[in-house]
Design a protein around this ligand. Structure first.
Ligand SMILES: Cc1cc2nc3c(=O)[nH]c(=O)nc-3n(C[C@H](O)[C@H](O)[C@H](O)COP(=O)(O)OP(=O)(O)OC[C@H]3O[C@@H](n4cnc5c(N)ncnc54)[C@H](O)[C@@H]3O)c2cc1C
Length: 234
């Protein structure tokens, strides 16, 4: 039976759902689930092929391998993974480290897209004001274009999360960006007026804090995976 939307997407609490299925399928002695779609694993070809080979060995020696251990997150290490607390802790340390590196990379990408959007914003503002347009209108237009550039670039190159309703996603993105702008203003006010900092270091500190706040906001809300339709294959 051909089904739509079978692409394995690690969204929401998928691990719990997968565990339920795994438990259910354990009840079938004559069924083996392999591959990307069979096992709902974000496999590469090597993992899928390995699953096939191990499944064949399971036919010869039933129960020899636990195919659920083969996946793209951790290499297949069945013997070593005999689930001692030390190996489990090492695997989870490794995966935490990988996750931290991936987040750092993502943050770097986000800074680049934010930087590009700022260039667009400033360039458009400069062109419009030179063309004689009132600077308030120019600011409105350039801010909108910068925001849209940031949305498009971040979605395409940094987060890769596409909601079914792009307008809704754009709305959430704009709301997070607006909140970040307000946070920026509040922080500047605090540093300059209350703590007596000079504007330039205050602006630098607020920019760094707000970059972190908006990145987190976008990761949690604008590019959350709840309603996404696809991700880019790396
Ligand atoms: C864009 C993209 C780029 C990728 N790049 C790489 C890469 O560079 N390196 C790498 O290692 N991996 C890459 N992968 C992943 C790799 O393609 C998969 O991991 C691998 O193909 C999964 O193998 P599989 O046997 O599990 O599934 P598939 O190769 O998808 O095989 C499933 C087969 O079942 C068939 N099928 C489905 N339903 C039915 C049905 N009802 N009746 C009959 N047949 C059915 C499908 O037509 C398909 O031929 C990439 C994947 C994508 C999408």
């Amino acid at each position: 039976m051909r089904l739509p939307r079978t692409y394995p997407i690690y969204a929401g609490n998928y691990k719990a759902s997968l565990a339920t299925l795994e438990e259910y399928f354990k009840g079938f002695q004559n069924l083996q689930l392999v591959g990307r779609y069979g096992a709902f694993k974000y496999n590469n070809q090597d993992h899928s092929l390995l699953m096939g080979i191990l499944a064949a060995e399971n036919v010869i020696t039933p129960g020899k391998h636990n195919l659920w251990n083969v996946n793209s997150d951790s290499e297949y290490v069945e013997e070593a993974e005999a689930e001692t607390p030390t190996t489990v802790a090492a695997v989870s340390r490794k995966s935490r480290r990988r996750q931290a590196i991936a987040t750092l990379r993502q943050f770097g990408g986000y800074l680049l897209t934010g930087g590009s959007a700022t260039v667009v914003d400033v360039l458009v503002f400069s062109l419009l004001t030179q063309a004689g347009i009132w600077y308030v209108y120019a600011l409105g237009i350039s801010y909108f274009l910068g925001l849209s550039t940031n949305f498009w670039l971040s979605r395409r190159f940094v987060f890769g999360i596409y909601w079914r309703n792009w307008l809704m996603q754009y709305g959430v993105f704009a709301t997070v960006a607006l909140n970040s702008l307000l946070a920026n203003l509040g922080l500047l006010q605090l540093l300059i007026n209350e703590l007596g900092w000079s504007p330039t270091p205050a602006r630098l500190v607020s920019a760094a804090c707000v970059a972190l706040i908006s990145f987190t906001g976008h990761k949690l809300y604008s590019f959350s995976s709840g309603d996404r339709i696809s991700s880019w294959e790396s």
